[in-house]
Design a protein around this ligand. Structure first.
Ligand SMILES: NC(=O)C1=CN([C@@H]2O[C@H](COP(=O)(O)OP(=O)(O)OC[C@H]3O[C@@H](n4cnc5c(N)ncnc54)[C@H](O)[C@@H]3O)[C@@H](O)[C@H]2O)C=CC1
Ligand SMILES: CC(=O)[C@H](N)C(=O)O
Length: 373
C-alpha cells in the first residue's frame, strides 16, 4: 500500500496548500503515475513523455472547425507533416484529407480516443471539439455532452498517457457580474450560457488535474476569432467574419448585434501563433495555467466604418438576434492579457486596420479567382 499512502499524503498537502506553488506535489504525483480512471497497474508503462521524442506527436480533436485546419498547417510546418493528426466526426474536404494525416475520432468514445493516442504515440493533445455559444444555447444537452463529458474523457486520457494538453477557453467564460472593461484573468466568473459554464468547468478541471495529477494542462482564453478561409461554427462573434464575405460578394451586410456592442477580437494568425507559443513555453515561465490573450476590441459600427474605408459603398443594416445580443451584453468588452504578455511574451501582430486589409485582400482575391474559373 505504499502508493496509496504516498498519494494520500500528497493529496493532504495539496489541500492544505491553497497557493499555486504546487511544483513539488506535481512531481511526486507524476512519479507514481496515478491515473484518474484507476488504470494504475501499467500507467507508467504506456505513458510517453515529451522528452522521449525530438518532435511532439500531436492530435487535434474537432479539427475541421474554424481553427483546427490552420493550426494543423502551422504545427506540420514546425514538426513535420506526419507528426500532426487532425481528427473530427465530420468528413474532411478533399484538400484537408490530402494535406496530412486525418482520423475519425468522437471525443465521447473513450476507448476510441485511447486507441488513437496509444497507436500513434501521441504526446500533445489540442482539444478543439466544442459547441460554441449560440449553437450551444440551441442544443443544451448536446453541448453538455460534448463540452463537459467529452472534456472528462480528454482529461483522463491526457493524464493517463502523460500528454501535454491544450484546451482553449473563451471570453465567454465570463458573465454579467465579471468586470467587463477590462476583464482580468482572475475575477468573478458566472457565465449565463452552457458554453461559458462548460469552459469555466474546463479551466477548473484542467487546473485541478495539473495540481492533483501533474497533468501539463495549458489553456488560453481566446477572443472572437476572425478568419478568411474557414467559417465560424455558430458563435456570438460570427458577424465579424460574415461582414467581410458579404461586403465583397453583395456590398450589403445585415448585422445581428447592435451597432455599439463592443467585444474583444483577434485575427486567426495571432490566435494560432499564441497557441503554439503557449504550448512551447517552458513550464517555469507559466505562473498560471489559464491566460487571457487579446489583440483588439471593436463594435460592429467601428468594424463597418473600417471596412467602408476600403469599400465605401458597403451598406450595413441591423436586425438584432436577441439570443446573441444577450450573450454579447454579458461578455467582456476589453480583455486584460498583461499576464500572458509578462510571463511568456505574448504580443499580437494584427490591430483593426491590418485585420480589415488582410481579410479583404484574401476574400477579394479568392472571389476574383472563383469568378475567373
Ligand atoms: N472560433 C472562435 O472564435 C473561438 C473558439 N474558441 C474555442 O476554440 C475551439 C475551436 O473552435 P472552432 O474551431 O471555432 O469551433 P468549431 O465549432 O468551428 O469546430 C468545432 C468542431 O468540433 C467538432 N465536434 C463536435 N462534436 C464532436 C465530437 N463529439 N467529437 C469530436 N469532434 C466534435 C465539430 O465537428 C467541429 O468541427 C473550441 O473549443 C472553441 O470553444 C474559443 C474562443 C473563440
Ligand atoms: C468567442 C467565442 O468563444 C466564440 N466565437 C463564440 O462566439 O461563441
Amino acid at each position: 500500500m505504499p502508493v496509496i499512502r504516498t498519494l494520500s499524503k500528497v493529496a493532504k498537502q495539496a489541500l492544505l496548500n491553497p497557493g499555486c506553488g504546487c511544483q513539488p506535489i506535481t512531481v511526486a504525483v507524476r512519479t507514481i503515475s496515478f491515473s484518474p480512471r484507476q488504470v494504475t497497474s501499467d500507467a507508467s508503462f504506456h505513458s510517453v513523455s515529451f522528452s522521449e521524442t525530438d518532435h511532439p506527436k500531436v492530435l487535434i480533436t474537432g479539427g475541421l472547425g474554424q481553427l483546427g485546419v490552420g493550426l494543423a498547417k502551422r504545427l506540420r510546418k514546425r514538426f513535420g507533416n506526419n507528426n500532426v493528426i487532425l481528427s473530427d466526426i465530420r468528413k474532411p474536404p478533399s484538400h484537408v484529407f490530402h494535406s496530412g494525416p486525418f482520423i475519425y475520432s468522437d471525443i465521447l468514445d473513450y476507448k476510441n480516443l485511447r486507441e488513437i493516442v496509444v497507436n500513434n504515440r501521441i504526446t500533445w493533445l489540442v482539444h478543439y471539439s466544442a459547441l460554441l455559444s449560440a449553437v450551444g444555447e440551441a442544443n443544451v444537452s448536446l453541448a453538455r455532452d460534448v463540452n463537459i463529458t467529452g472534456l472528462h474523457n480528454i482529461l483522463d486520457i491526457a493524464a493517463e498517457h502523460g500528454l501535454r494538453l491544450f484546451v482553449p477557453s473563451t471570453i465567454g467564460a465570463f458573465g454579467p457580474t465579471s468586470p467587463r472593461n477590462p476583464t482580468p484573468d482572475l475575477c468573478v466568473q458566472r457565465p449565463r450560457t452552457i458554453y461559458g459554464v462548460s469552459k469555466v468547468h474546463a479551466e477548473l478541471m484542467g487546473e485541478y488535474y495539473h495540481h492533483r495529477y501533474g497533468l501539463d494542462f495549458r489553456c488560453l482564453r481566446y477572443p472572437g476569432i476572425i478568419s478568411a478561409d474557414s467559417q465560424p461554427g455558430g458563435g456570438t462573434t460570427d458577424y465579424a467574419v460574415a461582414i467581410f464575405h458579404d461586403a465583397v460578394k453583395t456590398g450589403k451586410f445585415e448585422c445581428n448585434l447592435k451597432p455599439e456592442t463592443r467585444l474583444p477580437m483577434m485575427y486567426i494568425d495571432d490566435c494560432l501563433r499564441a497557441t503554439v507559443e503557449m504550448m512551447e513555453a517552458p513550464a517555469d515561465t507559466l505562473s498560471m495555467r489559464t491566460y487571457n490573450i487579446n489583440a483588439m476590441s471593436f463594435s460592429p459600427e467601428e468594424l463597418a466604418q473600417e471596412v467602408q474605408k476600403q469599400l465605401p459603398d458597403l451598406e450595413v443594416t441591423y436586425d438584432i438576434d436577441q439570443v446573441r445580443q444577450a450573450i454579447a451584453d454579458s461578455w467582456p468588452m476589453n480583455f486584460d492579457d498583461s499576464n500572458a504578455r509578462n510571463d511568456w511574451g505574448w504580443k499580437h501582430d494584427y490591430d483593426l486596420p491590418e485585420l480589415v486589409q488582410t481579410m479583404l485582400n484574401y476574400i477579394g482575391s479568392d472571389s476574383r479567382i472563383s469568378q475567373a474559373n
